[in-house]
Design a protein around this ligand. Sequence first.
Ligand code: GLU
Length: 294
Amino acid sequence: MKIPQNGEFGYAGRYAPSPSGYLHFGNASTALVAWLRARSENGRFFLRVEDTDPQRSKPEFAAAAQEDLRWMGLDWDGPVEFQSMRTEGYQAALERLNQKGLVFACRCTRKDLQAAVDGAVRAPHGAEDLGPHYPGTCAPLGLPLNGPYTVRAQGDGFPVRRADGAWAYTLAVVVDDASSGITEVVRGSDLESATPQQEQLFAALDCVPPKYLHAPLWMGPDGQRLSKRHGAVSLRDWQASGRTAEELVGRLAWGLGLLEEPIPVRPRDLLQDFAWDRLRKTPVPASDYLPLAP
Ligand code: GLU
């Protein structure tokens, strides 16, 4: 199989939701920005469901995400990709990393790691991902990769496969961005700190990394990233209250700095004037732009 190299067919972008709940305004904003960026470059745009975590992923949320994105007026090219169907690619990547001596099995528990790195900051993708604070206790032990252990990358020890066999975000996202020939990743700013590890993995797999761009996050009134504890923040809640997709898209674009006022629009109405530099650079206080019903 020929793997398209970056840039071979022009711009390729993607939106990659995790189906662990209904899409909320923050997710919708990121999807809108990623779509605007890809379509304003006349690029291809893919949808990839990041369902590697069997405990948190639900097929009904994946189906709802597709419906909600279409309802907003977004579209994508080709079939939706599901990470749960792509485990062979992850296994092949793991074998390649192992041949290069770049991974090892680790039997430390979360507690061991937390204790070893007292005071380490919690990384966005879980306590096992400790970046420069990773103590590396198991690296020299040579434990078998196929045992009930977490497989980690040498160096900062980010997880590649969990002890329960689930593929870790960093490996799956890199393998998929590489094999889909993604030239530019647009995602939320919460994942900005994950970028160096992903670039490192691209290099380890002898692939060219995409360009990474990060869209502003939406914040609740408490200054925390918007989530369902902030009330009726899902697209399903919005639909249930009888409001239109055009109003939501207009308000998202207003908060993002793409509109001067919240006029109802379709995503395609925003294409003409879209430019990355017009996006707001700071997090968006959701309650200034959207009604957050309790
Ligand atoms: N699945 C991730 C999320 O929903 C996005 C990952 C990415 O875009 O790299 O936050």
